[in-house]
Design a protein around this ligand. Structure first.
Ligand SMILES: Nc1ncnc2c1ncn2[C@@H]1O[C@H](COP(=O)(O)OP(=O)(O)OP(=O)(O)O)[C@@H](O)[C@H]1O
Length: 336
């Protein structure tokens, strides 16, 4: 468990303390993928760098399990940091060293000396990230996605229990982003390590995170399970992020439907409800008619979900909405 207790952080600029993170408390559970999303300047990098005390908090306590990081000596803190790996937006690889040597670097730093032992561990790590063939290349000979895979192998070298990802896919194209996120999800599943990632893209959160915190101007304005936050965003900032990840019709842009007759509804299906023919059954039973204005069926991590925007007609609409809700479908009325 990573635990923040009444933590806050200010930076001293021109003799004045400027708050970057207002006081907050937050728990991140072992083995989860936790996303922190926010616009530029919201405080994401500050927050993630507090976890390994690359930034020291101005107040409050940070704990890893039972260990209070904020109370440790420099030597003990160095030891604790071995349990925390980190990957970066711009990879931060050593340009003059081969892929294998980049991955070996933290092993040597931690005291490994035996070449055969180092080589065996590097081979294992490169196999995990799919770069066995590239061991003797230099970073300049790799694509962005391959560089980030080297970064991941390097971060895993000393078997950390926490992996911090600082905008790890922001410099990558969508397809490469998807494959790096898939690798992170696999690592989380198989090695059971906790992943904390910061991003400004809701789609990254949707694909890999279990829970998310939304940061806005140094405050956590919303946090919870990704499915809850994604399907029912409460705060204006969260809504903007979610809507960026959706076609505007599904996002429920009300102006789009001003001239559409009927009651405009958005239905959200989660899990098994996504696959059952509830809408057909309910409309038949209540005698209502509907037309589909927009829709999307996708996944939030491993959870299938669907969102449909409909116009519904007929005297049985209220009964239909009640039956849909009873069947576990979430219904919002956008306009009537
Ligand atoms: N070393 C520093 N000295 C002074 N101010 C800083 C320092 N680092 C960050 N800040 C300020 O703290 C606030 C939060 O910055 P932070 O980098 O944590 O945000 P962010 O959400 O990660 O932004 P970005 O996505 O642009 O990296 C900003 O106003 C920033 O200018």
């Amino acid at each position: 468990m990573i635990r923040f207790v009444d933590v806050h952080k200010s930076y001293r600029v021109d003799g004045k303390d400027i708050p970057a993170l207002h006081p907050f408390s937050l728990d991140i559970s072992d083995g989860e993928v936790f996303g922190i999303i926010g616009h530029s300047g919201a405080g994401k990098s500050t927050l993630i760098r507090l976890i390994n005390l690359l930034e020291r908090p101005s107040g409050g306590r940070i704990l890893l399990g039972d260990t209070e990081l904020t109370a440790l000596s420099e030597a003990s803190l160095r030891e604790q940091r071995r349990h925390i790996g980190m990957i970066f937006q711009h990879f931060n690889l050593l340009a003059s060293q081969t892929v294998a040597d980049n991955v070996a670097f933290p092993l040597r730093l931690a005291g490994a000396r035996e070449p055969a032992t180092i080589r065996a561990r590097v081979d294992e790590l490169l196999a995990r990230v799919g770069l066995t063939e590239h061991a003797d290349k230099y970073p300049s000979q790799l694509s962005g996605g391959q560089k980030q895979r080297v970064g991941i192998a390097r971060a895993l070298a000393n078997r950390p229990s926490i992996l911090l990802c600082d905008e790890a896919t922001s410099a990558l194209d969508p397809q490469t982003t998807a494959s790096v996120l898939e690798l992170l999800a696999e690592i989380n599943r198989e090695l059971k390590l906790t992943i904390v990632l910061i991003t400004h893209e809701m789609d990254v959160v949707r694909r890999v995170c279990d829970r998310v915190a939304v940061l806005d101007a140094g405050r956590i304005v919303e946090h919870g399970a990704v499915a809850d936050v994604f399907l029912h965003p409460q705060h204006a900032t969260t809504r903007r992020f979610v809507n960026e990840a959706l076609p505007e019709e599904v996002a429920g842009e009300q102006s789009l439907y001003q001239h559409v007759p009927g009651r405009i509804l958005r239905l959200s299906f989660r899990g098994e409800a996504t696959w059952s023919p509830t809408l057909g059954r309910v409309t038949r039973e209540t005698g209502v008619d509907f037309n589909i204005l927009a829709g999307r069926v996708d996944r939030i991590k491993d959870l299938p979900y669907g969102q449909l925007t409909l116009a519904m007609h007929g005297s049985g609409v209220d009964a239909a909405l009640q039956a849909l809700r009873q069947a576990g479908i979430e219904v919002e009325e956008l306009a009537r």
